[in-house]
Design a protein around this ligand. Sequence first.
Ligand SMILES: [Zn+2]
Length: 465
Amino acid sequence: MTFTRHRWLAAATATAAIVLAAGPALSAHEGAPTRWCGTPVTADQPDTISAFLVHVVYAVPADAPDRFAERALPILSDVAAIESWWRRQDPGRSPRFDLLGAACDSGIGRLDLSQVRLPHDAAYYADPRSGFERITADLEEQLAFRAPEKKYLVYYDGPVERRSICGTSPLGPPTGPASCVVYLDSYCGQDVGRGGEAAATAAHELLHNLAALPRAHQCAGNRAHACDAWQDILYPAVESGILLDRLLLDVGRDDYYGLGSTANAGWDVRESPFLEHLDTAFPRAPAPVTGLFAVSRGSHVTLSWAPERAERGGRYRVYRAGELLAETTKLVAGDDAQPAATIEYSVRAADAYGYLSAARTIRVLVGSGVVDQGGALVRDTFPPPAVTGLRASRAGSVVTLRWKPIDDPGDLAGYRVYRDGRPYGSLRRQAWLAVAVARAHAGWSVAAVDTSGNAGPRSRVVHCG
Ligand SMILES: [Zn+2]
């Protein structure tokens, strides 16, 4: 998916096609947190749950006044407004914000809100063409806000040259990290804390970031936005003075959210791993993988592992030196790396609801194999999985034994065939064996063997007679 930029524009009153009846002016909406239970720090604090999270950042340029003390509570208030709006739009979902472990009198009062001073001055970030890339590049590269399972909702508190641009976000990626920005100096940013334009901007940019792409009602020449109704949160412009509560999450549910089982194409944001599934009972911590091992020849590394238990919709995320390398439903992954480099790989199991297991980690000397902390090679003691599907069929004077090939070969060397419990022969890769009828009268079983000589559990015994 391409990283296209999208800006949410504050509609100029003169050109707005639809004018809203003015809503009541609120200083703070109902249910807003009354205090923040964190302490101001730059770094993302340790996560309290292992899951895909939306992390909120307050950022100021190097030379601008830091107004964190006065901005923190309004930001929290808007985040709480987004959460309650989302639950009203869809009682089964809510964005999963990154929270602190602190005890607090309100949920969003525990928001892990980072206070960040950016390395460049205000002029460097003010340009509407390059400002967004510069803010997010500095946050991601200089300040390490780039965890593989986080979205960053950034409130930027510096001057902007075009105040009609309220926020900016890339489109997606759906299961990877990205940052989106709400400009506090824009026309929309002025009402932060009111559950109004600034809150609507944050929800709108977050949806872009979660890879919302309208299917049925893309705007002409602006395919990331929905143009079927101005009330849609993904409409390209926001009315002056609007409250988030007046807006809707995918009008008609036919574009990007809650598409239902009839949807046969396109990403449904309702399935985003960054949303809490409030309508499903599920184990909130997938079990870590077992038997993580690697073989390496030349510059190629093959990682393999086994599930602790099978999870519906489960997948595995594979990391090289902390960066996501692959996401797969298989039990094997490959990597091409620099020969003789020592690389740390890890694997986490992810369930269908956005929760992640603890990581299992190994060090690999590329070209050799798994090494311990001291650099010594570690022997593979993890056997391949059991062989299944063994059956025999007779044609003329030959009985053919066949079984299901091991799905994810990893470092598979082949199969060992047993006749009446005793080794009969070994096969490289080939998942069948022909035996003369005269010799077939026996009980047969098969086990997979890896390149280190580990044999997996034997299949069930098939009697030929
Ligand atoms: Zn937009």
